[in-house]
Write a protein that binds this ligand. Structure first.
Ligand code: NI
Length: 227
């Protein structure tokens, strides 16, 4: 299931990110990739150890922690620190799969990458090309979102960023381990939660059916969650 999560960052926050990013050096994106992906990856990244990377990443993680739709869709257990990349002058990242296991920085904690996230930091009209193309069981999905919006997709998907033929595409990308490993189970929980939220608005929180469905939601999380 692919989710579009709008307004993770405000336009003011995007402007702040873009301004600060202009002050630092970008490096070759091959530093963070697996051996197989190296052949198809051609872009630039902020140094993952740079204080600005950590500062902007912390802002994203704070906003995500308060974003109800993101939480409902991802049910995150651990989110890896966000990275930042830039594509211009024909740069691209051809079809690849993301590594299944990554390490939390400065720790021995392993993270299984269940979901991949991209937050767009350039407006669609600022560049040509640069679509994120995600392949799933329904075919190919081309994604290009307004600045500040996030796309969430299963890390099992083969995906690419098409060549940026003019302008510049800046984004943040990161991975997370979900409490719910299986995409199908996570999707059912998302649909159930959205229905509960709609019924709460129509019937009120104290309605007995709302309480029963909320109980069902939490009992399914008890059954499926790995924490
Ligand atoms: Ni990738």
């Amino acid at each position: 299931m692919i989710h579009h999560i709008p307004n993770v960052l405000s336009k003011e926050q995007v402007n702040y990110f873009r301004t600060e990013m202009q002050k630092v050096e970008w490096i070759n994106g091959q530093k963070t990739t697996g051996s197989l992906s190296k052949n198809v990856k051609n872009n630039q990244q902020l140094d993952i150890d740079h204080p600005l990377t950590q500062h902007l990443g912390d802002i994203i993680l704070h906003e995500l922690s308060q974003h109800a739709l993101f939480t409902s869709a991802a049910l995150p257990l651990n989110i890896l620190p966000p990275y930042f990349n830039r594509y211009e002058n024909g740069e691209t990242f051809g079809f690849h799969v993301d590594n299944a296991i990554r390490w939390m920085p400065d720790s021995n904690q392993k993270i299984r990458t269940d979901l991949s996230c991209t937050i767009f930091l350039s407006e669609p009209e600022e560049y040509e090309g640069g679509e994120l193309v995600v392949e799933d069981t329904y075919g190919y999905h081309e994604v290009k979102l307004p600045a500040g919006d996030l796309i969430l997709y299963p890390s099992t998907s083969v995906h690419e960023v098409t060549p940026v033929t003019s302008g510049c595409r800046i984004a943040s990308f990161f991975w997370l381990q979900s409490m719910i490993r299986e995409d199908a189970e996570r999707h059912m929980l998302f649909n159930l939660d959205q229905s509960i939220q709609n019924l709460r608005m129509q019937l009120g929180d104290a309605h007995s059916e709302v309480v029963k469905l909320t109980s069902l939601y939490h009992n399914l999380i008890r059954k499926w969650a790995e924490i």
